[in-house]
Design a protein around this ligand. Structure first.
Ligand code: NCD
Length: 329
């Protein structure tokens, strides 16, 4: 049996905890001398990337290889997609070669779900970012990173109850914001979006989050986590703020704002960062910053997602917990 990961809104708290706990096991493996498990030997994973990516694609590739899967990297640029081949034909071609998992990044929101529902290919589908919609593995690695920093060795099995998270910046165009809002709230955290009205969806309580327009006031509320979002210039076809300097003055994590944060607060960013725009270099490189840890944790979390998705999923783990433990030994 396989399972898709399309959205964090599909995950129950129990499902999310299963993934995070298996990611802890995977993380133990990544610190061993031989960083490899036989868990997906004989399986094939395709990385199907229709949008540019550095860290996510490499992270999925490393994750699949550490589980001993065969990996095929497919980039739309230079493929028959640039000759006009459709998603359906591309996927069916890959399916004919025998594929167990498809990791897809696509500029169109909803493309991974279309693929999962289509029957074009018999494989687990993992959403690696679709348009402005969702980026579930980013949210899972963010939750994993927060849990580890806040709970340390007691991380396994723990929730994010009462953790106060600010998500700051370009919420409107950010799939990271949306996936994080669902997941962090499912795990018990409270989420506040901090952004100018032009960079927020025009609905009340978007994705269940509280909205605040004043970053200084939000920081004065002593958040546990400040997650900065990249200004998504490539998705902006309008003027959403007067100019970069003005944006930085109101919504940037500057040295002055960094100084207002608690000593134990976390500074997060999914990368790639616009240093000097949404985040000052001193904040990105501060000891409270988790930017590099997020990248490292991303591999463990994606190992967990691929492993679970290709071997039976996270829901209803039932009695087959034991063979899993063996496979991870
Ligand atoms: C994010 C993405 O692609 O949505 N980056 C990533 O996956 N590392 C965030 C972003 O591009 O701003």
């Amino acid at each position: 049996m396989t399972q898709h990961l399309l959205s964090t809104s599909d995950l129950s708290a129990a499902d999310a905890l299963t993934i995070l706990d298996v990611a802890e096991e995977m993380s133990d493996v990544t610190t061993r001398e031989v960083r490899k498990l036989p868990a997906l030997r004989g399986k094939t994973v395709v990385n199907l990337f229709f949008e540019d990516s550095t860290r996510t694609r490499i992270s999925f590739e490393a994750a699949a290889k550490r589980l001993s899967a065969d990996v095929i990297n497919f980039q739309a640029k230079g493929s028959s997609v640039s000759k006009g081949e459709s998603l359906k034909d591309t996927v069916q071609t890959l399916g004919a070669m025998g594929v167990d998992g498809v990791v897809i990044r696509h500029p169109a929101s909803g493309a991974p779900r279309v693929l999962a529902d289509s029957g074009w290919i018999d494989a687990a589908v993992v959403n690696a970012g679709d348009g402005t919609h969702e980026h579930p593995t980013q949210a899972l690695l963010d939750a994993f990173t927060i849990r580890r920093r806040l709970h340390g060795a007691a991380s396994r099995g723990s929730w994010l109850d009462g953790v106060r998270v600010l998500i700051v910046g370009d919420v409107l165009h950010s799939r990271v914001a949306r996936s994080n809002a669902w997941l962090l709230r499912t795990l018990g955290a409270s989420v506040t979006f901090v952004a100018p009205p032009t960079l927020l969806p025009s609905v009340d309580a978007p994705f269940g989050a509280v909205v605040e327009h004043d970053l200084d006031r939000a920081i004065a509320g002593r958040p546990d986590v400040v997650m900065m979002l990249r200004i998504q210039q490539e998705r902006m076809h309008d003027a959403f703020f007067p100019n970069p300097r003005e944006y930085n003055r109101h919504y940037g994590l500057t040295a002055e704002r960094l100084a207002q944060l608690d000593e134990r607060a976390l500074v997060m960013h999914p990368g790639p960062m616009n240093r000097g725009l949404e985040i000052a270099s001193v904040a990105a490189d501060d000891h409270r910053s988790t930017v590099i840890e997020q990248v490292a944790n991303g591999v463990s979390v994606r190992m967990a997602v691929l492993y679970l998705a290709l071997t039976g999923g996270w829901s209803d783990r039932g009695d087959d917990t034991e063979p899993r433990q063996e496979a991870l030994a």
